[in-house]
Design a binder for this molecule. Structure first.
Ligand code: ADP
Ligand code: MG
Length: 393
């Protein structure tokens, strides 16, 4: 158990809060404020207890100071959501920031400019971490989405100030931790997405834990090919078929069940141009010149049965090329089935979370993780440096 802000005395203290405000922008405004909303409980708690809060975050992947990646739109949205002014500092370190931090009053909130304007951030440079910590009494990390990176603002600074977890970090760790340590069974994992290679660690870890593993999406084709199925021009990683067989064997050894597609939507290409001539075929009849772009209705019935039986369900990765509406049916159906499921439902991953949000089903899941890469690393059993740096209770 990590110590959290509930264990800290923050009254009258200057708090440096690392949040994950790495939100998508569009036309100079915040396109999706999910990540900003997710940190509000922590900010509100700190303010209510008389803290002065300076929030810091990275945004995008700038190489040096770059107005395209300024947190200006984030400051505006944060101010709207909190109903108070949130001045944006010109930088995250240096004299002007020090002065502003010193001048803060209880309940004040300021936002520091993008930490990645300094290459020292990703290098986890000690001098830079010291500059970040300067003027603060307490460090709070609520940036679960960045916790798998050992950067100055996520890891380095936690060794320089008394460090505590925020509520979002705490919740992510609790939900994902429980899922892996003592899931209510049957435990079903639905894994999709593009490639087996990007999720080998996750698939291996799940094969040791779940009762049922359903594999769809692009990686489903690699699993099918590993069984000798002809998958035409599907996205397929021939060099990963051995790995797929090993994962299937590990699951079978524990008495687990592997659910592979029995029918699929095929098209000449995985884009809008291919959509016009898309059709559904059994996996034993995939034409040599077409590619798999979604799972078919009979496969979705198998998913439905597995979902109905499960008490715990983890979903990562869309089961089709959901960005193209004609190929989104499988992913949409999985999201809808999970929303209605009588089970603990957890969604993790970049695109799968996006799909759930687009469908407006986020609130119908037990938990939708805000950290794509971080949640996958946690499932793999890796230690997250940003978490490890926070002392245990
Ligand atoms: P997540 O971010 O949820 O973990 P991934 O990054 O692993 O998911 O994969 C997401 C991508 O997988 C999506 O952009 C989707 O278009 C792609 N995808 C899903 N099914 C297929 C398929 N059959 N063929 C090619 N790409 C696919
Ligand atoms: Mg992704």
């Amino acid at each position: 158990m990590k110590r959290t802000i509930r264990d800290a005395d923050v009254a009258g203290k200057r708090v440096l809060l690392r949040a994950d405000l790495n939100v998508p922008l569009k036309d100079g405004d915040v396109a999706d404020d999910t990540r900003i909303r997710a940190v509000l409980p922590t900010i509100t708690y700190l303010r209510d207890r008389g803290a002065m809060v300076a929030v810091c975050s990275h945004l995008g992947r700038p190489s040096g100071p770059d107005p395209t990646y300024s947190l200006t739109p984030v400051a505006r949205r944060l101010a709207d959501l909190l109903g108070c002014t949130v001045p944006l500092m010109p930088d995250c370190v240096g004299e002007p920031v020090l002065r502003a931090v010193k001048a803060m009053n209880r309940e004040d909130v300021i936002l520091l400019e993008n930490t990645r304007f300094h290459p020292e951030e990703e290098a986890n440079d000690t001098a830079f971490a010291k500059a970040l910590a300067a003027g603060f009494d307490v460090f709070v990390n609520d940036a679960f989405g960045a916790a798998h990176r050992a950067h100055a603002s996520t890891e380095g600074v936690a060794h320089l100030l008394p460090a505590y977890a925020g509520f979002l970090l705490e919740k992510e760790l609790a939900v994902l931790g429980r899922l892996l340590a003592k899931p209510e069974r049957p435990f079903l994992a639905i894994v999709g997405g593009a490639k087996v290679s990007s999720k080998i660690g996750v698939l291996r870890a799940l094969a040791e834990r779940v009762d049922v593993l359903a594999v769809g999406g692009g990686m489903g084709s690699t699993f099918l090919a590993a069984n000798g199925t002809q998958v035409g021009r599907s996205l397929r990683e021939a060099d990963r078929e051995g790995e797929a067989r090993a994962i299937a064997a590990a699951l079978a050894k524990r008495g687990g069940e592997l659910v592979l597609p029995v029918d699929v939507v095929v098209a000449p290409s995985a884009d809008a141009a291919g959509a016009a001539s898309a059709r559904t075929v059994g996996v034993d009849a995939i034409p040599a010149d077409l590619m798999v772009v979604d799972v078919g209705p009979r496969t979705l019935e198998h998913y439905q049965r597995a979902i109905a039986k499960a008490k715990t369900i983890l979903w990562n990765g869309p089961v089709g090329v959901f960005e193209v509406p004609r190929f989104a049916a499988g992913t949409r159906r999985v999201a809808e089935l999970l929303a209605r499921a009588n089970a603990t439902t957890v969604v993790g991953g970049g695109e799968s979370v996006q799909a759930v949000e687009e469908l407006g089903l986020t609130d119908r899941m037990t938990h939708v993780s805000t950290g794509g890469g971080a949640s996958l690393e946690l499932i793999e059993g890796k230690t997250l440096p940003g978490v490890a740096a926070i002392p245990d209770l």
